[in-house]
Design a protein. Structure first.
Length: 227
């Protein structure tokens, strides 16, 4: 007698589809969980790395090196026909206060010029410092750079030619860490003394600190010359 075919059996070679609403196979569920965990881990690492960079931008901007160095380096900012902008003047005023304290025998002023300008930022800075008591013979000009990296590269070249390599960088607090890291990438031993009278404060300062933190975070990974 022929045995009847059981209706609940699936013929060999045919995969029965999952019934609607049935749970996913354990292996597929495991892969999905691993992918979600990896994505979450990446987000945590990126956010944490950025948060650390932001804290370092904030804390470095509130530090102040009180030791000696080979030169004080002033990061450039806008000038108006030979007259420093309020932002640049605040940096230069801080240098004028540091100079009599004997922190360094040289001051290096930085910054080129934009199209149509008669003076470079470095020239405007040098004239301002001379008017505020810094001898002209103690001032070096790096007047070719148009951004922080190029300016500090020029500074490093000038100082190395004189056998010097340790600097105190004067700039705005939000800009201190990136300037320091660029100088170190270029082979200088760098400290910072941010101006305490920066005209950048409040929400604008926070916005710039947020932007600087991103620049620092990326620059550490790919090099500041690429930013």
């Amino acid at each position: 007698m022929t045995e009847s075919l059981r209706t609940d059996e699936t013929p060999v070679g045919i995969v029965r589809p999952l019934a609607e609403g049935s749970p996913e196979p354990p292996r597929r569920r495991h892969h999905l969980q691993r992918a979600l965990f990896a994505a979450l881990l990446v987000v945590v690492v990126v956010v944490g790395y950025y948060a650390i960079s932001l804290f370092q931008v904030w804390s470095t901007g509130r530090s102040d090196y009180a030791g000696k160095a080979d030169a004080i380096v002033v990061m450039g900012a806008a000038q108006y026909d030979g007259r420093p902008s309020p932002q640049l003047a605040a940096r230069l005023d801080h240098v004028a206060e540091l100079w009599p304290q004997g922190h360094a025998p040289l001051v290096v002023v930085t910054g080129g010029k934009r199209a149509g300008d008669r003076f470079t930022e470095a020239q405007a800075s040098a004239r301002y410092l001379e008017d505020h008591g810094v001898p002209a013979g103690s001032i070096l000009l790096e007047d070719q750079g148009t951004n922080s990296y190029d300016s500090l590269r020029g500074v490093a070249q000038q100082l190395r030619a004189r056998g010097l390599d340790e600097v105190v960088i004067v700039t705005d607090p939000y800009h201190a860490l990136r300037s320091k890291l660029i100088a170190e990438q270029l082979g200088l031993t760098a400290h910072v003394s941010p101006t305490p009278t920066s005209v950048v404060h409040g929400r604008e300062q926070l916005n710039r600190e947020l932007k600087e933190a991103a620049g620092v975070a990326v620059g550490r990974l790919i090099g500041f010359q690429h930013i």
